[in-house]
Ligand binder design. Structure first.
Ligand code: IMP
Ligand code: MG
Length: 371
């Protein structure tokens, strides 16, 4: 397993499998072109390794040049193909054979065909090392290809993910982890913030703390922020619909997220239902609701201790703290029921070393993905 930027990739094709595919393409082309002197046109950047190895296996006279095109950014084709370099050779009456690393949607290929359409070349062929036949939309039949591969993102052997991975000798496939969406509960002092920070790192999750989302929207004067503020200014509760729309924005702003931690929302069953609906509309769901639990007396001591250094007045007054516990119990009880009914409620012992508690959370989460 390797990690490039934020994504993990697992071994897919060995050096030997790749070389066999290269040899196969070279042999097929050689068979058809042994009596001609073709011009091979490598498509930069991805095809540089393929071109180099292909030429080593091509036994007959030939020429080589390159064009630079690109339609990819990250994991998906943008649909924008830019031609960054022109073929300058005199190609009239010649046989052109495009050497591509991979044919995906076929947009790049279309552009290449266009590039050569007004020339007086003798013939035009495509040789691609990899071919994603499931997604290819073109009418042009691929003349030569090394390996037909499924529609999964790959890196290595010239192919990149955001420019990384081109130097790998083997080809790796994107590891598609199932999304992990969590709701985090915990009384004041339970260590929610600390553990959210840890989970965020460990599972590359996005932490959506409703309080932060509110403050940011209001500060930035977004439409939803202003709307929320108008209720608050009149001393009214912000309607759930406004809050859920803010959360929708957060989710939509992170289309490639591996998952989210919802913190501070839902607080009522109605909100839990609204969250389920929002996620369902995105093909997502809550995988687990985790409550960090500790006895009130322990939390009380922690908060009083914290209050001494943090200066937070609400952490210094025992009766205020106890009120917050009561409020939590009242609010969370129905939610506990709601998520238990979906078999998603997990209680985690929040007493012990931070590291120990983190391990308990990992146990819960890792047992989810195998379900
Ligand atoms: P197309 O224009 O959609 O056929 O995409 C072709 C170009 O997209 C290739 O030349 C690559 O640069 C890039 N590409 C397509 N699929 C992958 C992949 O799985 N990994 C890395 N790059 C890819
Ligand atoms: Mg390419």
């Amino acid at each position: 397993m390797i990690k490039l930027h934020d994504k993990q990739f697992e071994p897919y094709l060995s050096e030997e499998q790749i070389q066999d595919a290269v040899k196969k393409v070279a042999a097929e082309v050689a068979r058809d072109y042994k009596d001609k002197v073709p011009i091979f046109v490598g498509v930069l950047n991805g095809a540089f390794m393929f071109v180099a190895d292909f030429l080593k296996h091509y036994p007959h006279p030939c020429e080589v040049t390159f064009v630079k095109l690109s339609s990819y950014r990250g994991l998906t084709s943008t649909g924008i193909v830019r031609n960054l370099l022109d073929v300058s050779e005199n190609i009239e009456g010649r046989s052109i054979i495009i050497l591509e690393d991979i044919i995906d949607t076929g947009r790049t290929l279309q552009e290449l065909i266009h590039l050569f359409s007004n020339t007086n070349i003798k013939d035009f062929k495509i040789a691609s090392l990899f071919y994603k036949s499931e997604v290819y939309n073109g009418e042009y039949a691929i003349d030569y290809f090394g390996l037909e591969i499924p529609n999964k993102f790959i890196v290595g052997y010239g192919l990149d993910y955001l420019e990384l991975g081109r130097n790998l000798k083997e080809v790796y496939q994107l590891k598609e982890n199932p999304m992990i969406n969590l709701v985090l509960f915990g009384k004041p002092g339970a260590g929610k913030g600390t553990q959210a920070e840890f989970l965020k790192e460990k599972y590359s999750l996005i932490h959506i703390s409703t309080g932060d989302v509110f403050r940011r929207n209001i500060k930035n004067g977004t439409e939803l922020g202003n709307l929320a503020k108008s209720y608050m200014d009149q001393g009214e509760l912000v309607p759930d619909e406004v809050t859920i729309n803010m959360l929708r924005d957060e989710v939509e702003q992170n289309p490639e997220a591996s998952g989210f931690i919802f913190d501070g929302f839902p607080r009522t069953t109605a909100q839990a239902e609204a969250l389920d609906n929002l996620l369902e509309s995105k093909g997502m769901k809550i995988n687990a609701t985790v409550a960090l639990e500790a006895e009130d007396e322990i939390l009380l001591q922690r908060l009083l201790e914290r209050g001494k250094t943090s200066g937070r007045s609400d952490d210094q007054d025992e009766s205020k703290i106890r009120n917050r516990f009561v409020e939590y119990n009242q609010k969370t009880a129905p939610l506990k029921e709601f998520y238990s009914a979906q078999e998603k409620f997990h209680s985690v012992n929040g007493v012990g070393e931070i590291q120990e508690i983190a391990e308990r959370l990992v146990q819960v989460i890792d047992s989810l993905s195998t379900e």
